[in-house]
Design a binder for this molecule. Structure first.
Ligand SMILES: *[C@@H]1O[C@H](CO)[C@@H](O)[C@H](O)[C@H]1NC(C)=O
Length: 460
């Protein structure tokens, strides 16, 4: 017993020391300079200057070869399925019975050529930056507008530019004389963007390359919106390159373990009415603590694998369309609503169509980019925990910022906690419904929130 109490006291002391250290003793770092790096296939010798990229921007049309589609059909025909245990739904992973139905649909009803036409309805382009081809969609306002506002929109994993297909027309449609010019890139290593051929392609490098892309399109300043990794990329762009970013809008709120955000989180766990504006609702965004931790541990196994051995799981995903569909679509189930775990079909078609979901899978499958998309975790997550989180994110985004908080988002922070991570959080919306793939699920809520935010910034 005595030893237990000593151990307990020691744990409290260490935790207290860590908190004091985090809050008071670690200085805010300088904004780092992200070095220009080469990611092309060609191996540079030590000290060799980075080759110049051609500055051309080329039209790109999605056109998967018949060979790829025939090969896919063979693989789907040969699929083997897991037999689910009695009484299990999605809580043991993607339900084998439902997977069989999805694959049947894929083989007999899903029409890729039709989907390809839909995908090609926006203009696609590629341009080379630091040795790799960057793919992006570029959509100008649908009608002449008094004010045209450029905005870069970034997806994350396991999404793609497809997530924004419903929101883009809402943004390019003029509202009160304002319309957006949307630039929506595929993260390098995702979809039709070339995969980096060298190590070290992380969020800060993505931020740097996105700014270069916008400069190449003659946009010195622009707005940025993102979800999932796109939220981190957007926030990083605002932190590293504030002179280019007129406003930052994300669906994942920023938080670090430092300063007033941390103090309020700790107090809020016990005395929500002392620190939260809306004690009951705000408390639910972060607590009960252990319930949240259990949820994060239960749902983040993929992250541990991808942050350590992406090429091992990548080998399986690159080789099996059925495995790929199960692995990715499981996220579209539980990240849209955690209660969907208890549904035999994972609730997948409550918010999305099978066509939409399979097209997102096809983007990963036909581009051969699934392993590279997972490597992004290897390049980022160790950095997030060891360096990035307690480094760049210690610096507050200074540009006008907005957070759209969706009730089923994976990580949520109330306004009173997250506002200390921004110097200028001018808008925070608690959304009535929606989950992690916010723009895919609720395009109008996201587009309207962006419009409201941008009009506030333009008025200033
Ligand atoms: C796709 O490629 C095929 C074969 O090269 C060509 O016949 C077809 O016109 C292309 N389709 C589009 C939409 O570019």
């Amino acid at each position: 017993m005595g030893i237990f109490i000593k151990f307990f006291a020691l744990t409290i002391l260490v935790a207290f020391g860590a908190v004091v250290y985090q809050i008071f003793l670690t200085p805010d770092p300088e904004v780092p300079v992200i070095p220009e790096k080469w990611f092309g296939r060609q191996q540079l010798k030590a000290g060799e200057p980075i080759p110049k990229d051609p500055l051309t921007i080329n039209r790109f049309t999605i056109n998967v070869s018949d060979e790829v589609l025939t090969d896919l059909k063979h693989r789907l025909d040969l699929a083997r399925f897991v037999e689910p245990l009695p009484g299990t739904q999605f809580n043991y992973g993607f339900n084998g019975n439902y997977l069989k139905q999805v694959v049947d649909y894929w083989k007999t009803k899903y029409d890729w050529r039709q989907q390809e036409k839909e995908l090609n309805k926006f203009n696609h382009f590629k341009t080379q930056i630091n040795g790799i081809d960057i793919h992006f969609i570029h959509v100008k306002p649908s009608k002449p507008a008094k004010t045209v506002v450029p905005i870069l929109i970034s997806h994350g994993w396991p999404g793609s530019v497809l997530e924004y297909y419903k929101a883009i027309p809402l943004l390019t449609e003029p509202t009160n004389g304002v319309a957006f010019e949307v630039i929506c890139p595929s993260i390098p290593g995702y979809g039709w963007s070339e995969a980096p051929h060298q190590t070290g392609f992380n969020v800060p490098q993505t931020a740097r390359i996105y700014v270069k892309l916008m400069e190449r399109l003659n946009h010195k300043t622009f707005f940025v919106h993102g979800g999932d990794y796109g939220s981190l990329i957007g926030r990083t762009m605002a932190i590293l390159y504030p002179e280019h970013i007129r406003g930052l809008h994300t669906t994942m709120a920023g938080s670090t373990n430092k300063g007033l955000s941390l103090i309020k989180s700790i107090i809020g766990a016990y005395f929500p009415q002392l620190v939260f504006d809306n004690p009951e609702a705000d408390y639910k965004k972060m607590f009960p603590f252990w319930e949240n931790i259990r949820f994060m541990v239960r749902e983040s196994g993929y992250m541990h694998i991808q942050s350590t051995r992406p090429d091992t799981v990548g080998a399986a995903m690159l080789d099996s369309p059925v495995g790929l569909a199960a692995y990715i679509l499981e996220k579209f189930s539980v990240w849209t609503n955690p209660a969907f775990l208890d549904k035999p079909d994972g609730g997948l078609t409550e918010k999305f169509t099978l066509d939409e979901l399979l097209t997102n899978i096809m983007i990963y499958w036909t581009s051969n980019n699934v392993a590279s998309s997972m490597r992004y975790y290897k390049e980022n997550v160790p950095l997030l925990f060891i360096d990035f989180n307690i480094h760049e994110f210690r610096i507050k985004a200074s540009v006008p910022s907005a957070v759209a908080d969706f009730p089923h988002e994976l990580m949520r922070f109330p306004y009173s906690v997250t506002k200390h991570q921004y110097e200028n959080l001018i808008q925070y919306t608690s959304m009535p419904r929606g989950g992690h793939f916010a723009a895919f699920e609720e395009p109008k809520l996201v587009a309207d929130d962006i419009k409201t935010f941008v009009s506030k910034v333009l008025k200033k």
